[in-house]
Design a protein around this ligand. Structure first.
Ligand SMILES: Cc1cc2nc3c(=O)[nH]c(=O)nc-3n(C[C@H](O)[C@H](O)[C@H](O)COP(=O)(O)OP(=O)(O)OC[C@H]3O[C@@H](n4cnc5c(N)ncnc54)[C@H](O)[C@@H]3O)c2cc1C
Length: 350
């Protein structure tokens, strides 16, 4: 059982900034995310796009914002359960919660902050008969650890950035990489398409277009796929079949937690602290709704900050918290580090 002060569901920008604000209040955080990496939409959908409306950053790549948020929170030693979806929640007699993931990992906390954004990203699965039987037996929809494919035969299908980038990457890891796409044109970045064509000429990628995987074969695990091109079927031996057709967000299991939901978002009290209809459960960032809600990163940061104050009062009943500027109080990390503004600077401002 993983124990923490604030259990955050969703490691997007809102969840990551919560770690920092909670840390200032000496509260520990643990984050669960269905994706294998932190960053939410910023790292999954648009890591290379510049954002222009983060206060203090005239321009920052979404991927760099994620890196910075992780760096800012690092001193408060957050825990992570990545690649697992928060599935169920059970309220305990003392008012705390146990959240269990789809892989059975259990987390216990007095406060739960849902920072689930648009919901957990679910992979789009191809309509191939019996594919569910091969899941985790050679069929994967998300690449979590490329080392799994070392010296193995891999068939990837898809026409976007993920399919292109992973095909390129795996040429140095797998023993054989086949990329199958139902069109001749790809939707990914031009330089990735060029690179795939180059590697195809070097016989490092076996590119088959326009074609589709129609059948899967194997007893205990996948052993081969049938690819149909121009009406002709060919069987290709493989250890892994990885369809990378993108991810679609779904509020998913959280929708069944007894929370008030409006238009696929969780209703919260924005006049106070973003608490839901269940005391102790908060919803912050894109996942919540209230009058005049704006789905912007900076709004998620503000909501996280106020929510942490409410969490402090739940965890430390009767204890008063006096807000101090970080410039004045400095920051004591849970890892033993201390950041402090030079005294002379602070005095000069005084
Ligand atoms: C192309 C694009 C451009 C954008 N540009 C801007 C911009 O310029 N400025 C701006 O302010 N905003 C922009 N946005 C919006 C911004 O990305 C979102 O407001 C922000 O990502 C919301 O952050 P979040 O942490 O609330 O949610 P998200 O980033 O959506 O993260 C939520 C995380 O929760 C996880 N999750 C959900 N449910 C579960 C569950 N049950 N179990 C485990 N994990 C779960 C998801 O996997 C996800 O990683 C843009 C969005 C897109 C798509």
């Amino acid at each position: 059982m993983i124990k923490t002060d604030i259990l955050i569901i969703g490691a997007g920008p809102t969840g990551l900034f919560t770690v920092f604000e909670a840390g200032l209040l000496k509260l520990k955080c643990h984050l669960i995310d269905a994706l294998p990496q932190a960053g939410g939409q910023c790292s999954e959908i648009y890591p290379k796009k510049p954002i222009y409306d983060i206060p203090g950053f005239p321009e920052i790549l979404a991927g760099d914002l994620t890196k910075n948020l992780l760096e800012q929170g690092k001193q408060f030693e957050p825990g992570f359960t990545l690649g697992e979806r928060a599935e169920t929640i059970e309220k305990q007699e003392d008012g705390s919660f146990i959240v269990t993931t789809n892989k059975g990992t259990q987390h216990h906390a007095p406060v739960v902050a849902i920072a689930g954004g648009l919901g957990s990203f679910e992979p789009r699965k191809p309509a191939i008969e019996g594919i569910a039987d091969y899941e985790d037996k050679g069929v994967e929809y998300i690449i979590k650890d490329p080392e799994v494919y070392r010296d193995k035969k891999v068939v990837i299908s898809g026409g976007g950035d993920s399919a292109l980038d992973w095909s390129i990457f795996l040429t140095d890891v797998a023993s054989e990489v086949t990329l199958i796409h139902r069109r001749n044109e790809f939707r990914g970045a031009l330089d990735s398409v060029e690179k795939v064509r180059e590697l195809t000429l070097l016989n490092k990628i076996n590119l088959i277009t326009p074609a589709e995987v129609k059948e899967l074969h194997g007893d205990e695990k996948i052993e081969a796929v049938t690819v149909v091109k121009d009406g002709e079927a060919t069987k290709i031996e493989t250890d892994h079949f990885i369809p990378l057709f993108g991810l679609s967000p779904k509020l998913g299991p959280i929708a069944n937690w007894g929370l008030e939901i409006e238009k696929n978002a969780i209703k919260v009290d924005n006049s106070l602290n973003y608490q839901t209809n269940i005391p102790g459960i908060f919803a912050i960032g894109d996942v919540n709704t209230y009058p005049e809600k704006l789905k912007l990163i900076l709004c998620g940061f503000h909501e996280a900050t106020l929510m942490c104050q409410a969490a402090y009062r739940i965890i430390n009943p009767g204890k008063k918290y006096v807000l101090k500027y970080t410039t004045v109080s400095g920051i004591d990390g849970f890892d033993g580090t201390r950041k402090e503004a030079p005294k002379a600077v602070v005095q000069a401002i005084n």
